[in-house]
Structure formats: structure tokens, C-alpha cells
Design a protein around this ligand. Structure first.
Ligand SMILES: [Zn+2]
Length: 161
């Protein structure tokens, strides 16, 4: 329900004109853009994909970390790439999935990329680096040095006879 700005009569959302003749159509403007549904759905689809990938990355970090905590495994396969990617993917995914319209506005190139987008990007990079260092620290704490690097085995030279 929207009230008419001219006569303040309350009209249903579907009404295009008020009884007084005032046009109730929302005019698209830079300040209040009307996004085509297709663009919103595409952004939301990207968001859901990023969320799923982010959760997968998080699993690929937390799962080896748990194995390290139990101390059972001699060697643990782990790539810090996943720790770096998880916060960025989750942040981007949450933004696009749940705040799609706001994200569409912020990412609109016609209006110029907003400083908040740069700021958000920098914050995500800092969170990623912090998370990566935290995970590495945890691995060391559990007694695994550089868990993403295979230990180098130096073969003893063969006996000369
Ligand atoms: Zn009216």
C-alpha cells in the first residue's frame, strides 16, 4: 500500500494512478533505480553459487584442522588457498543473496563504483589474510609445521659398494 503524495489517499501497490489523477508509477532514477527482475535473479544466482563455494572452502579448511586437532594423522593435506577464499566467497555470497538490490545499486557501473565497494573489498582481503594466518597458527599449535607443504625427504646416498 502506498499513500498518494498529493492527496494522501492510500492506494494498492498495483495502482498506477491515484483517484486524484496523480501518477503513482515509480520513476527509475539513479537514486531509486528499478532493476529488471532478470538482473536481480542473475545476481542472486551468483550469490548462491558464491555461498556454496564459500561453504565448501570453509569445510576444506575446518576438516583438516579438526584432524590436526585430534593429532591422529601423520600428515595432513591442506591448502591455504581455501582459507584465503572462504571469507571473500562467503561475504560476497551473503551480500548478493540477501541484499541483492542494495548490491546491484552499489555495483552499478553507470553510477560509478561506490567507495563502499572498495572499502568492503579491502575489509574482505584483510579478513582473508587474518583467517589464513589464524589457520596456519592453529596448525602449528597442533604440531603441524607448514601443513600445506610436503616434508622433503632427503634420501641418503647409496653406499659406494
Ligand atoms: Zn491522490
Amino acid at each position: 500500500m502506498r499513500s498518494c503524495p498529493r492527496c494522501s489517499l492510500v492506494n494498492p501497490d498495483t495502482a498506477l494512478t491515484c483517484d486524484c489523477g496523480y501518477s503513482l508509477k515509480v520513476e527509475a532514477s539513479a537514486a531509486n533505480p528499478v532493476w529488471p527482475l532478470e538482473r536481480i535473479l542473475r545476481l542472486r544466482g551468483t550469490g548462491v553459487t558464491a555461498l556454496i563455494l564459500g561453504l565448501a572452502c570453509l569445510f576444506l579448511v575446518l576438516s583438516p584442522l579438526r584432524r590436526a586437532e585430534s593429532g591422529a594423522a601423520k600428515q595432513i593435506e591442506y591448502s591455504s588457498k581455501f582459507a584465503a577464499a572462504a571469507p571473500a566467497l562467503l561475504g560476497y555470497g551473503i551480500l548478493l543473496t540477501f541484499f541483492t538490490r542494495r548490491a546491484a545499486k552499489a555495483l552499478d557501473r553507470r553510477a560509478g563504483i561506490k567507495p563502499i565497494v572498495w572499502l568492503g573489498g579491502i575489509v574482505l582481503v584483510l579478513i582473508s589474510v587474518a583467517f589464513m594466518l589464524f589457520v596456519e597458527h592453529k596448525f602449528r599449535e597442533y604440531g603441524y609445521r607448514r601443513p600445506h607443504v610436503e616434508p622433503i625427504r632427503v634420501e641418503p646416498p647409496p653406499p659406494p659398494f
